[in-house]
Design a protein around this ligand. Structure first.
Ligand SMILES: NC(=O)c1ccc[n+]([C@@H]2O[C@H](COP(=O)([O-])OP(=O)(O)OC[C@H]3O[C@@H](n4cnc5c(N)ncnc54)[C@H](O)[C@@H]3O)[C@@H](O)[C@H]2O)c1
Length: 385
């Protein structure tokens, strides 16, 4: 199954790390460490193969992919020797990275975006295309009446006022083009009732939001531990220091608020109550793509005895995120092929702020994911029979 992966934000750190890694794995120059779909429980379960993925995308900047990849090599995010080894393959993908369409009305922008996706599908003879949003985080837009009703939204898009933020416009276009949509960012994306209606109408699945790669990943393991041992978490405070393009985008207060809200949800969901404390994100340019998160947790045990734990996470954000982008593209493609429509809560394992009512703990989410992939295999076989 030739599967298109259309990256929105294709020239960003996460996207370029994913593409560099895909090319390196395909050439046999790197192993699959970090790719969840290559773990023994999920490997060979009918997902599209790494050699069946074809990459294209949109970005608002035109920095060549090879230059971005070399920058990531120099920063130690990917091995510089690998970048040199896949340089000609990276250059070949350049033709499939398009500027973001911008027209006089959002309806016309959708039409141009759908045309880009259709052209990509046709030129490469793709069976299906998954659109993955890895663009800069947006501020949460104010609620708009047109967001809840597809008919009203369609009418409003023909006006000159922008009624949808870029991530939602992209989700709209993906659904109109018959593509699955994955939101790796905390932006609004497909999370509007009118877009859910459109996904169901076009019979496509979608998943999100906000990849779980660092501090929140650790929280999703620790918070259930406190709950299972019936320990009372009194406070949980975290600070994240990061540089890179993502860190720079998060200096914008609206984007920062969207990201911290997404990061805080897991503790309340896992514990069933909200302890004191907040999560903060600060931009430290010098850290580049390497992030430090420091969390302090105070809790009480038997007879109220007070205790504390702290952890420090030093992660390379893009190296953690990139394989998950490939995993999600493969999983969403397989779900689409198996006839799944609407949200995919079974992919909560990958997200900070999953769509739908899902278990908050990583171990439960993993069990759900494994069962989901096994079910897709059965569904896919039935659909093909
Ligand atoms: N790295 C991680 O571990 C991680 C985890 C979860 C979520 N994310 C999210 O992934 C996204 C990408 O992170 P990054 O580190 O690659 O950031 P980045 O700044 O390096 O890349 C973002 C890219 O998006 C492009 N862009 C901006 N607006 C766009 C638009 N409207 N359409 C198309 N492209 C657009 C930018 O030009 C840039 O190339 C962010 O939203 C981040 O919050 C990252």
């Amino acid at each position: 199954m030739r599967t298109g992966v259309w990256l929105v934000g294709a020239r960003g750190s996460v996207a370029v790390t994913a593409v560099t890694g895909l090319l390196a794995m395909r050439a046999g120059l790197a192993d699959t460490v970090g790719c969840v779909t290559e773990s023994p429980e999920l490997r060979d379960r009918g997902l599209p193969g790494l050699d069946e993925l074809v990459v294209g995308g949109h970005d608002v900047v035109d920095t060549p992919l090879l230059k971005r990849s070399e920058e990531l090599g120099a920063a130690g995010v990917v091995p510089a020797a690998l970048v040199a080894a896949v340089a000609s393959d990276l250059a070949a993908i350049e033709a499939d990275i398009r500027p973001v369409p911008a027209a006089a009305t959002q309806a016309a922008t959708v039409a141009a975006t759908v045309a880009d996706l259709a052209d990509f599908r046709r030129r490469h003879g793709l069976d299906q295309v998954v659109v993955v949003n890895v663009a800069s985080t947006e501020p949460r837009p104010p609620r708009n009446d047109t967001h809840t009703d597809l008919g009203a939204l369609r009418a409003a898009l023909t006006g000159t006022e922008a009624v949808l933020p870029p991530s939602s416009l992209m989700a709209y276009a993906a659904f109109e083009a018959g593509c699955a949509f994955v939101d790796f960012t905390p932006s609004t994306g497909a999370r509007l009732p009118a877009l859910d209606e459109l996904a169901r109408l076009r019979r496509v699945p979608y998943a999100g939001n906000d990849g779980k790669t660092g501090e929140t990943l650790v929280k999703s393991v620790l918070a259930p531990m406190f709950a299972l041992r019936n320990l009372r978490v009194r406070s949980w405070s975290g600070i994240n220091l990061l540089g890179g393009g993502d860190g720079a985008s998060l200096t914008e207060p609206g984007a920062n608020a969207a990201k911290t809200a997404s990061k805080e949800r897991v503790i309340g969901n896992a514990l069933g109550y909200r302890p004191q404390g907040t999560t903060r994100i600060e931009y430290v340019e010098d850290l580049g793509d390497f992030k430090t998160a420091w969390d302090l947790i105070s809790f009480s045990g038997f007879l109220g005895t007070a205790m504390r734990m702290e952890f420090t996470w030093h992660g390379c954000d893009s190296a953690l995120a990139a394989p998950l982008v490939l995993d999600l593209a493969r999983l969403a493609a397989a779900a689409h092929r198996a006839g799944r429509v609407g949200p995919l809560p079974e992919l909560a394992f990958f997200f900070k702020d999953p769509i739908g009512e899902v278990a908050a703990g990583l171990v439960d989410q993993w069990a759900t994911l494994v069962a989901f992939v096994a079910g897709l295999g059965e569904g896919g076989r039935a659909a093909r029979a």
